[in-house]
Design a protein. Structure first.
Lengths: 466, 520
């Protein structure tokens, strides 16, 4: 099949003529993509241009531009295959995508935009020369976040900064904003740190054992929200699970795969498969939405690796979000009342990427006394999106402010969500909002922390006095 | 500008030069070629708009080359995204001064190619003009900008007990500006009417860049119904920059029933019986087996197993009235062979029933690589006959046709399926699609119910209208747009320059001869 005969000069057809859809096969020479996994022409062909994705896309909602909508980005991919070169502006529109996958939920034609943008991002990383500063920032992010031990080392200085109040003083000077808005974003997102809570490698079930599960402790989750991991282990134990926490586990590769760093992601994935394979667990439980969604996709990520393809498939089938596994098991541990109102925020990588919406709501609503409120524009991303709030601080901040406004409008006392990225992003946005208008601060918690408190009979003040 | 567009008030400065920032050298368009004229408009746009609002590079321009009807593609020479009415008017004025064609686009979801760009023209995108300026509960009015999404009007009005009635299937993304241009309908127009019944006033930029107000918040403005001319004019008369729309009270009771029949004939007969009984449901929608298959694949709407057709019937109004109508509708459906009747018991079930129907067009992408969404109208009583004829057409040509339509008012949406990879399949589908329109005309119907003529159906206009009819329509168009720059090439099969003697008339138009009209 030849692609060179395609009309790529941008003047396809004449007014009124029906133009044959371009015969998309391998990428046209000189175009944006090479022939190693270019955005799949057949998947692009599934898009019927109906536009149902537009109102769900955070960047379209912000800017109202076709190129910054899923439909427009798919069109740019098609252009790239037809021979349009990979320009800075084209890359800018791909980079601006948060990867929230709300469009995948909305699409009536079943277009796999998630696959398309991942394929495109890997191509961008291969072919696009980023400016030095941007490269350095990405280098820093990927030298830090996927490495639990390095993040642990960062905890010391960060806690010292927070304990002395120097972090807030620094923020007030705006110095970091002037040096680099990206670094400023990174700093402002860092949560207030509690004590580290290391978990033993094996935790025995309370009462009769119903299942043996492995627990992914994650990078950011483990370093910044250690309380979430201990709460997860406690709830699993109380619900009759033996919990295995392999020491050898590292990063799942989610941040890498979502940013086109394919090889790096594959390396992480292989190591994680190795770490859990020998532990004999029936399920691998994840409490971070972004990690869970990429671990469920390991089969595709390692499909070309004969040594790992089958093992990755087997591993992926065992992966469950914490709310899925608890919903599947059904409760045995008694719940104590928690008289409070919560707003539940759907993490995109839980709701859109994994389709997990009902389970966390069922678990939370089963707690006596607890009232769950829905957040307006709940399907719209909060702007966290992996490392997006570091690489694209401005739109991320706008989306964060919009989300904070919607959350506060529910009047709920506590915000509950199931992803460390969202928790950091939304916390800092709500702090901005409430400190600006003098409103009352809001409690923040992971779904599992609320369940843990209910099972342990902890008071609501655990959450409401931040 | 001809007298015809003088509305109830005029708010533009007639010269307008200062606000465009045009200097005298740029003004002089004589001798400029097309790209020079576009460059002049782009220069004005750059002065008026933020950088992101002026698009000139090919890769980005191409993302605008089609609307919801993706098989027509034309790359515009320039895309501009104004943020308010003043900027939009200044951009149109710049186009007028340079005699550059312009096309308005909202969300780009139209199904007749109405927002197909002009290769040597400017695409004016209203997606950033999306403020809901007012929701006046007591007046039952809302004032919105053209880029506001249809469903967002309802979302804004629901908290005060109202909604916006016209609901095209694409209501979650289509814009009010596009709705006004196309006089959009929707499932509920059986009872509530089309966009034209819900727009009471509009601010409107004429093709020479003047801003006029048409209609008003009060119903039925005196004088010519210019607003009526503008609604449904498909962007050929100018661009609406603000619309005052009617809000409708949320009904006390809504009942949505999903009814399974073994054939479309039965479902059609049930529809006629319901209307004949004097019941006006808010909506009666029909889908045939193929359309059901697509919707199931896309949204798992759980329609009755093995149905040859389903009706989605919605009754709304006062509870006591709905109760009575509901019993009657059930009985009539039973009488006409319904094998399953399912009443939605909560909002989630109702939403799922409607999701199946509203996603049907796009969902057809699941069962066919390519398809044409047709839009025709027939008298409701001709439904069984026309559906049989469509089935025969499909059988003899081997082209699959799925049927989704507003059965209550005879608005058909046959979906003609094809695979463009197969040589000649597209042409065969086009032929079937055209033949369906012939069927509609033969049965006393029309070539479009609500999607508009746009680019796609202009060639069918002569099948419905005589040359004299079309020439008379051109006179209206020329009154608004003497330069023929506002969405040229759409609606009419053979666009003429205004002042050109139309068609085969050698002398003056009969109306001119009679002193009843003049050519602008």
């Amino acid at each position: 099949m030849s692609t060179t005969e395609h009309d790529t000069d941008g003047t396809l057809g004449e007014m009124g003529g029906v133009v044959d859809p371009v015969d998309l096969g391998m990428p046209a020479p000189g175009g944006a993509f090479d022939d190693h996994n270019p955005p799949d022409a057949a998947l692009i062909g599934d898009c019927v241009h109906c536009g149902f994705c537009l109102p769900t896309c955070p960047t379209y909602v912000l800017w109202g531009e076709e190129m910054d909508s899923p439909r427009g980005r798919i069109y740019l991919m098609k252009e790239g295959l037809e021979g349009e070169p990979m320009t800075d502006s084209m890359v800018g529109h791909f980079d601006a995508c948060l990867g929230c996958m709300a469009c995948v939920t909305a699409c009536p034609s079943g277009v796999q935009y998630d696959t398309l943008i991942e394929q495109t991002r890997a191509q961008v990383e291969r072919h696009h020369e980023r400016p030095a500063q941007e490269k350095a920032l990405r280098g820093l992010v990927f030298a830090l976040f996927p490495h639990p031990r390095r993040l642990q080392l960062l905890r010391g200085p960060l806690r010292a900064l927070q304990a002395t109040g120097l972090d807030r003083a620094l923020r007030r000077t705006g110095l970091l904003d002037r040096i680099s808005p990206h670094l400023a974003a990174m700093e402002s997102l860092a949560p207030r740190l509690g004590r580290p809570e290391p978990l033993p490698e094996r935790i025995a079930a309370t009462g009769t054992r119903r299942m043996t599960v492995g627990l992914l402790t994650g990078c950011v989750q483990g370093a910044f929200f250690p309380g979430v991991n201990s709460a997860t282990a406690r709830v699993l134990r109380a619900e009759g699970c033996d919990v295995v926490v392999p020491r050898s586990q590292g990063c799942c590769g989610a941040l890498s795969v979502h940013n086109g760093r394919e090889e790096e992601a594959q390396g992480y994935a292989r190591a994680l498969v190795d770490a859990f394979e020998s532990s004999g667990v029936e399920r691998v439980v994840v409490n971070a939405a972004g990690c869970g969604s990429s671990m469920k996709e390991y089969a595709a990520l390692l499909a070309d690796d004969p040594a790992y393809a089958a093992r990755a498939q087997e591993f992926a089938e065992k992966v469950r979000d914490i709310s899925e596994i608890l919903d599947e098991l059904g409760p045995v541990a008694p719940r104590h009342p928690l008289e409070m109102t919560i707003a539940y925020h759907d993490a995109c990588h839980l709701a859109h990427a994994q389709g997990v919406r009902a389970e966390p709501r069922r678990l939370l609503e089963a707690i006596p006394g607890l009232e769950l409120r829905e957040i307006p524009e709940g399907d719209l991303c909060c702007g966290s999106a992996g490392i997006y709030n570091i690489t694209n601080p401005e739109p991320a901040r706008e989306l964060g402010d919009r989300k904070a406004h919607n959350i506060v409008s529910t009047g709920a006392e506590v915000l509950v969500t199931a992803n460390p990225g969202c928790l950091m992003q939304v916390t800092s946005a709500i702090e901005r909002l409430t400190s600006a208008d003098g409103g009352r601060p809001m409690g923040m918690a992971h779904t599992i922390e609320v369940l843990d408190a209910s099972i342990r009979g902890a008071p609501t003040t655990t959450f409401t006095t931040a | 500008m001809g007298d015809a567009t003088q509305g109830t008030s005029t708010t533009s400065e007639s010269s307008g030069l200062d606000s465009t920032g045009l200097d005298s050298t740029a003004l002089d368009s004589s001798g400029l070629d097309s790209s020079g004229r576009i460059a002049a408009v782009a220069e004005v746009a750059r002065r008026l708009l933020p950088d992101a609002g002026v698009i000139t590079d090919r890769a980005r321009l191409r993302t605008y080359e089609c609307d919801g009807l993706a098989h027509y593609r034309v790359t515009p020479a320039l895309v501009v995204i104004p943020q308010d009415a003043e900027q939009l008017a200044a951009l149109v004025r710049a186009c007028a001064e340079q005699a550059v064609p312009f096309v308005a686009r909202g969300s780009g979801t139209g199904l007749s190619g109405g927002a197909l760009p002009h290769a040597e023209g400017v695409l004016v995108v209203t997606s950033q003009m999306r403020a809901i300026r007012e929701v006046r509960r007591d007046d039952q009015r809302a004032v919105v900008e053209p880029g506001v999404i249809n469903l967002d009007v309802t979302k804004a009005a629901t908290p005060v007990g109202y909604y916006y009635a016209p609901d095209p299937s694409s209501q979650q993304i289509c814009s009010i500006g596009g709705n006004v241009a196309e006089n959009s309908g929707g499932a509920h127009c059986l009872k509530y009417g089309f966009t034209t019944n819900h727009v009471l006033g509009a601010d409107f930029v004429t093709p020479d860049g003047d801003t006029v107000s048409l209609g008003g918040a009060a119903p039925d403005s005196p004088g010519y119904d210019l607003l009526g001319a503008v609604v449904g004019s498909e962007g050929t008369l100018g661009i609406v920059t603000s619309a005052t729309v009617r809000l409708v009270r949320l009904p006390e009771e809504v009942r949505t029933i999903l009814v399974g029949f073994s054939s479309t004939d039965q479902a059609g007969a049930a529809t006629s019986a319901i209307i004949a009984a004097g019941i006006v449901p808010a909506a009666i929608e029909m889908m045939d087996a193929l359309a059901i298959e697509a919707a199931e694949a896309a949204v798992h709407c759980n329609y009755p197993d093995g149905a040859g057709a389903v009706l989605v019937i919605e009754l709304d109004g006062a509870a006591i009235e709905v109760e009575q109508e509901y019993a009657e509708v059930r009985r009539l459906c039973d009488d006409h062979g319904a094998f399953e009747q399912r009443l939605a018991t909560d909002p989630a079930e109702r939403a799922l029933i409607w999701k199946g129907r509203k996603s049907a067009f796009a969902a057809v992408g699941r069962i066919s690589p390519d398809y044409i969404v047709q839009d025709g109208v027939i008298p409701r009583t001709a439904l069984p006959e026309v559906l049989t004829a469509i089935a025969e057409l499909s059988g003899s040509s081997g082209v699959r046709v799925a049927n989704v339509f507003h059965a209550g008012d005879g608005n058909l949406h046959p979906l003609v399926l094809f695979d463009d990879e197969i040589d000649g399949a597209g042409e065969a589908a086009e032929r079937v699609s055209g033949a369906i329109l012939d069927l509609c005309i033969e049965h006393g119907g029309s070539i479009t119910g609500e999607h508009g003529v746009g680019m796609d159906k202009s060639k069918y206009m002569p099948r419905m209208y005589t040359d004299e009819d079309l020439d008379t329509m051109q006179l209206v168009r020329c009154a608004f747009d003497p330069q023929n720059i506002s969405n040229p090439g759409k609606v009419f099969p053979t666009p003429r320059l205004c002042g050109e003697v139309p068609g085969r008339h050698k002398g003056a138009h009969p109306l001119q001869e009679a002193g009843l009209a003049e050519v602008f």
